[in-house]
Design a protein around this ligand. Structure first.
Ligand code: IMP
Ligand code: MG
Length: 173
């Protein structure tokens, strides 16, 4: 069976870049014991690779959102379906995203978490599509800046398919 997939980033390349991100995060948060908050479901592969490359202690939490609309777009109507129970007041928070596209999702997440009065809040995304931005958001840590193509694999899906692929692939029409 042929797949409508073209590899854009191989697993080895992704792995090397995550090591660099982990080194930067370990350096910047040394002595802070930050709370890493992953945005489900897309973050699950990246988050698990990232935390194992850190050499500082961290806590791990997840939030889950739903956004309505067709598989390849964000409607902007984001709803929280699983929030954070633990207190974040005075903590250093790092949000971990798979991909920032229009920026609507990460803006929603940052607004939600800021209300919990953390000491600091930053965002880390593995993939960034700045050309698609609708709101002015620049993540603090970016793995790869990629062109405006719909990608799957390494945790990213299209209609819940392809998350398991180890390489990042472009989904062709
Ligand atoms: P945003 O709100 O437009 O920034 O979109 C963020 C969310 O849309 C991500 O967390 C992904 O779940 C999804 N998304 C955006 N672009 C892609 C893509 O190319 N492939 C798979 N999911 C994507
Ligand atoms: Mg998604």
């Amino acid at each position: 069976m042929s797949r409508p997939l073209k590899v854009v980033l191989r697993r080895e390349e992704i792995d090397r870049r995550i090591a660099e991100l982990a080194a930067a995060i370990s350096r910047d948060y040394d002595g802070c014991e930050p709370v890493l908050i992953g945005v489900l479901k897309g973050c699950f592969v990246f988050m698990s690779d990232l935390v194992r490359k850190l050499d500082i202690p961290v806590e791990v939490e997840f939030i889950r959102l739903s956004s309505y609309g067709p598989a390849r777009t964000t409607s902007g109507r984001v709803k929280l379906t699983h929030g954070i129970g633990t207190p974040l007041r005075g903590r250093h928070v790092l949000v971990v995203e798979d991909i920032v596209d229009t920026g609507l999702t990460i803006r929603f997440v940052l607004d939600y978490l800021r209300r919990k009065r953390p000491a600091s809040i930053k965002a880390c995304t593995l993939f960034d599509k700045p050309s698609r931005r609708l709101v002015e958001i620049r993540p603090d840590y970016v793995g790869f800046t990629i062109p405006d193509k719909f990608v799957v694999g390494y945790g990213l899906d299209c209609d819940e398919k392809w998350r398991h692929l180890p390489d990042l692939c472009e989904l062709e029409e």
